[in-house]
Design a protein around this ligand. Structure first.
Ligand code: BGP
Length: 475
């Protein structure tokens, strides 16, 4: 058998991209709510255009998203029908602590997720919970400056203590921060950072990263203390950087880019700052405010498993190298001439998936959990209502086959695989609905029009069969 017994097949979503109900159930406002659809989204996400409230003339897709806040039972039932073993979802921090710094949590928010987890178990689905998926109370940004402020470690500790206590027995798999390395690419989205004129951006990003890393280690400690059954993982936006050529300068450029990403997991998995990161901080004169307690907490509370998203590999070239550069997603780089790209310019590289799996397994020797993978594409609804998304099936088939090879041929140890957006949802990068990943179609467009009705695409039955055969039948 290729995939191990009990392999956790499923799908992944994030609260702000599917829930909606932004002002219901006592929920407070979060950074992700005020990221508009349209050309300014990227600058807002990067912390370069300050937008801390809703402004006139913009459309904010997270306000209602796909209305899962009201439809989760119906949606989870469809996941159950596909045979999901796990469903990865995230907690909206502001449902639990509307401002982030209250003493008492909001019971309505806690009850909402409790019922959602029960709905999962009724379908035989194990929840996999991301504690924060690009999600931070606006109040913590306005009052404290987001994750640049160490006080957020305490707010986070309070949040996780409430979650681990309340959901003991209902949730066993946890991720501390979604794509923690996104701080370096979209720092407002990743850490609630907004930069003022003249600030040292890099210094603030690494300071915020340190605070998140320490908070993540505390969460691991608290989670294990509350329930030793808890399995707590880190989460990386992965995708190995290839050198553009075998020119040593290109190879070095790729090595440096890879280290920038590995840095986070090196700390979370090994428990200390790697030498190359310490040297870089020293060289650039960056003080992250490391305390002895931080060092101890990091060392004693490493993660149980490594989770990551994989959409594509990336390519690095030295500045002197002549090549086409791309800004396909949040990660800029050289354009790989050997690969085709998606409609949104993301390189498609199934073999790169196997390479990335090997790189991470070799480096950490801890079980891997792929918690995002998929193809964002435009779908066409036929006259009869059917949606023939063969391109999506092809993408997933090739990636699952590459993952199978990594397990059977290379000996990579894995816990599971969740595709991104099993139901169409709002794109994190662009705010669009038309960038669809789902097996389940949602009738909603980029401007927020549509009935929100759900319907099955061709890929729905295909994925159902993949799960039913534990990955044996990919046809
Ligand atoms: C990851 C995020 C997700 C998700 C995905 C796809 O970076 O963790 O939240 O959205 O990418 O990206 P996009 O939505 O921009 O297509």
């Amino acid at each position: 058998m290729a995939f191990p017994e009990g392999f956790l097949w499923g799908g992944a979503t994030a609260a702000n991209q599917c829930e909606g109900g932004y002002n219901e159930g006592g929920r407070g406002l979060a950074n992700v709510d005020v990221m508009p659809h349209g050309p300014e989204r990227r600058a807002v996400g990067a912390g370069l255009r300050k937008m801390l409230d809703f402004e006139d003339g913009y459309y904010y897709p997270a306000q209602n998203a796909i209305d899962m806040y009201h439809r989760y039972r119906e949606d989870i039932k469809l996941f159950g029908e596909m045979g999901f073993k796990t469903y990865r979802l995230s907690i909206g921090w502001t449902r639990i602590f509307p401002n982030g710094d209250e003493d008492e949590p909001n019971e309505e928010g806690l009850a909402f997720y409790e019922d959602l987890f029960r709905a999962c178990h009724e379908q035989g689905i194990e929840p996999l919970v991301t504690i924060t998926h690009f999600d931070l109370p606006i109040h913590l940004i306005k009052e404290y400056g987001g994750w640049r402020n160490r006080k957020l470690i305490d707010m986070y500790k309070k949040l996780v203590t409430v979650l681990f206590t309340r959901y003991k027995g209902l949730v066993k798999y946890w991720l501390t921060f979604n794509e923690i390395n996104m701080i370096l690419h979209l720092p407002f989205m990743g850490a609630g950072l907004v930069f003022e004129e003249g600030e040292d951006k890099q210094a603030i990003e690494y300071l915020a990263a340190h605070n998140e890393l320490v908070a993540s280690a505390w969460a691991t400690k608290i989670g294990h203390e509350i329930d030793p059954e808890n399995k707590i993982g880190c989460m990386l936006a992965a995708g190995t950087y290839y050198p553009y050529s075998c020119k040593p300068e290109d190879v070095r450029a790729a090595q440096l880019e890879n280290q920038k990403n590995y840095f986070f997991v090196d700390v979370q998995s090994r428990g200390y700052y790697p030498a190359y990161a310490l040297k870089m901080l020293e060289r650039d004169g960056i003080d992250i405010g490391m305390t002895d307690e931080d060092k101890r907490v990091l060392a004693e509370n490493t993660v149980d498993f490594i989770s990551f998203s994989y959409y594509s590999t990336r390519c690095a070239a030295d500045e002197s190298t002549e090549c086409e550069r791309t800004q396909g997603n949040a990660f800029a780089g050289a354009k790989n001439p050997y690969l085709k790209a998606s409609q949104w310019g993301w390189a498609i590289d199934p073999l790169g998936f196997r390479i990335t799996l090997n790189d991470l397994w070799d480096r950490y020797q801890k079980p891997l959990f792929v918690v995002e993978n998929g193809l964002g594409a435009k779908d066409v609804v036929e006259q009869d209502g059917s949606i023939n998304d063969d391109y999506r099936i092809d993408y997933l088939r090739q990636h699952i086959a590459a993952m199978r090879d990594a397990i059977t041929e290379d000996g990579v140890e894995m816990l599971g695989y969740t595709t991104w957006g099993p139901i169409d949802l709002v794109s994190a990068g662009t705010g669009e609905m038309s960038k669809r990943y789902g097996f389940i179609y949602v009738d909603r467009d980029d401007a927020g029009n549509g009935t929100l009705a759900r319907s099955k695409k061709k890929s729905f039955d295909w994925y159902k069969k993949v799960i039913a055969t534990n990955g044996e039948d990919l046809s």
